[in-house]
Each structure stands twice: as C-alpha cells, then as structure tokens.
Design a protein around this ligand. Structure first.
Ligand SMILES: [Zn+2]
Ligand SMILES: [Zn+2]
Length: 128
C-alpha cells in the first residue's frame, strides 16, 4: 500500500477527528461505546458507554423539549435499579440537559451540589 507524502499519520489524524465526535462525557471513553437507534422513526441515537455505564442521546444540538431553547446545561441523572431486596442503588448515569427556564429548581440544585440528579420516576413493582 502506498501513502501520499504525508504518510499514514495524515489519514489517522483525519480518522481521529471523526471518532472524537463521540466521547463519553463522564470518563472520556471513545472506543467502548455502543450506539443504538431509538425513537419512533429511528431518528435518535442512544449511546451507552461500556466502561462507566453512562447513557446519553447523541443529540447534535441539545435543546429543551419544552421551550426549545438550546441554552441548556449538561447534567448527570442517576438511573436507579432495584438490587437485591428493596434497596435502590445507582446502576448507571444518563446525560441530560437542564433548561434554566423550565427546570430552574433542578438546575439550581445541580449547580450547587454537582451530584447526579435523581431520576424522574423511581422503579416500581409491575405485575406483568
Ligand atoms: Zn464512560
Ligand atoms: Zn425550557
């Protein structure tokens, strides 16, 4: 195989730029990421980091689902699961975006504590 005068590095650098588009916001992992198409028309891509368990939507422009602003702040939300018995434990994290207009309380709490915000709904017993 022949390379141009820039050698193989030039191609690697180009490839690296594409890869760097997806990166775990929590641990920085770029390789062990699983992308899954979700949504009614497969228009979303949900990415899961195999390393630390963070889950996020690969959204090119994060925006508030309520008011549509792009002036949102990234935050981690805990995903709880029932471990043995009734004890709830943090299973993994999800990257969400807080809107300072629609969710001022959540945003204020997160910016003060910087700890993962609790899930919207707790897992409940189902009789399926
Ligand atoms: Zn990670
Ligand atoms: Zn909003």
């Amino acid at each position: 195989m022949r390379y141009g005068r820039h050698g193989p590095q030039a191609y690697d650098a180009k490839y690296a730029r594409y890869v760097a588009e997806i990166k775990c916001a929590k641990c920085g992992e770029e390789e062990a990421l699983i992308g899954e198409r979700t949504g009614p028309n497969n228009e979303n891509i949900t990415v899961t980091c195999e390393k630390c368990g963070l889950v996020w939507d690969r959204d090119f422009t994060p925006r508030c689902a309520t008011c549509g602003t792009t002036n949102v702040y990234p935050a981690f939300q805990a995903i709880l699961d029932k471990s043995r018995g009734t004890q709830l434990s943090i299973q993994s994290m999800r990257l969400v975006h807080l809107c300072p207009v629609c969710e001022p309380e959540k945003h204020a709490v997160y910016s003060q504590t910087n700890s993962p915000i609790p899930p919207d709904t707790l897992p409940v017993e189902t009789n399926e």
